[in-house]
Design a protein around this ligand. Structure first.
Ligand code: ZN
Length: 313
């Protein structure tokens, strides 16, 4: 099965930025590496033999075979479309107090340096899209300045799904203490709301002629995807619809962070099916390795047909 390992979509040297129709897409890394969970901890219903079956594709970029630990990336997608600069998801962030996730507690990473290397200063960002309001998708929404949380992107409108703005507000949810989203609303969402920079949406929302936000509930109540259709190119920024190529091969296995298991499976199958039929590039928030992939139908599931030409990590 050595030949089964998908090849990069392009033979050229890896690039940090690709062009899809009239849109450029750059991968901005916050961090990457082992997430400290075994496949069965991260994806509790996934059997060991399914991971073994797809080992050629998963090791080493998505699974550390020595330690049996899942590999992920924390990345945001930087888009330029119709003259605007757009950031999709904002990682874990610096200086945040995260009692449930010690690895993310009081980080001090050079994410803004990575953005600067792509030619973007915080003031240049016009639009921030939070696909959902989990801790690792809203972190750089804010930064700590003189002891206060302020929006990192002072000129941006932040698009947030209404269902998540309501669900993750501690005033409406008594179960946040001790969980991964403890403190998150207070330090990464409320300050942006207070600054008047949030646009709440539901159902679907046209960003521009190339990009549309659409509800994709299940992982969280407000989880969403960004659909790109520009010229003949198609792409789908899927947030946490999948974390690993294993969920392409076996789309019924949720992560342990999915709120509604049945809805998450239904949404994943529907959107992966669209991506396969459209030959759309699929860009998850946490895919390690090449960061994005193309898929095709395979029986009643899917297979990886190629990787994006982004550098592997
Ligand atoms: Zn999530």
């Amino acid at each position: 099965m050595a030949d089964a390992r998908p090849k990069p979509l392009e033979e050229s040297l890896p690039v940090n930025e690709i062009t899809l129709g009239n849109v450029t897409v750059a991968r901005i890394e916050e961090m990457h590496g082992p997430i400290g969970m075994t496949p069965q901890q991260f994806f509790p219903t996934s059997p060991e033999d399914v991971w073994k079956q797809h080992r050629d594709v998963l090791v080493p970029d998505h699974l550390d075979a020595v330690d049996n630990i899942v590999q992920v990336a924390m990345q945001t997608w930087l888009l330029r479309s119709e003259g605007r600069t757009i950031v999709i998801d904002t990682g874990v962030g610096n200086d945040k107090t995260r009692p449930a996730v010690p690895a993310w507690d009081h980080l001090s990473l050079d994410y803004l340096g990575a953005l600067a290397a792509a030619g973007v200063a915080p003031a240049d960002v016009d639009l921030v899209v939070n696909t959902h309001l989990h801790v690792d998708h809203v972190g750089w929404n804010t930064r700590l300045v003189d002891g206060a949380w302020v929006p990192t992107f002072p000129n941006a409108t932040y698009l947030m799904p209404r269902a998540d703005v309501e669900f993750w507000n501690p005033a409406n949810n008594a179960n946040l203490t001790g969980g991964v989203n403890e403190n998150v609303f207070e330090d990464s969402v409320a300050p942006v709301l207070a600054a008047g920079q949030v646009q709440v949406w539901e159902g679907s929302h046209a960003i521009d002629a190339n990009l549309t936000l659409e509800a994709a509930p299940g992982h969280t109540p407000g989880s969403s995807v960004v659909r790109l259709a520009s010229g003949t190119d198609r792409a789908l920024f899927v947030g946490d619809l999948i974390h690993t190529p294993l969920q392409v091969f076996a789309p019924d296995h949720n992560s342990c962070f999915c709120e509604d298991a049945g809805q998450a499976r239904t949404t994943r199958r529907a959107l992966l099916g669209w991506a396969a039929d459209q030959r759309a590039l699929v860009l998850p928030a946490h895919l390690s390795g090449h960061g994005a992939l193309e898929i095709e139908r395979s029986g009643d599931a899917f297979a990886v047909s190629g990787w994006a030409p982004f550098p592997r990590y």
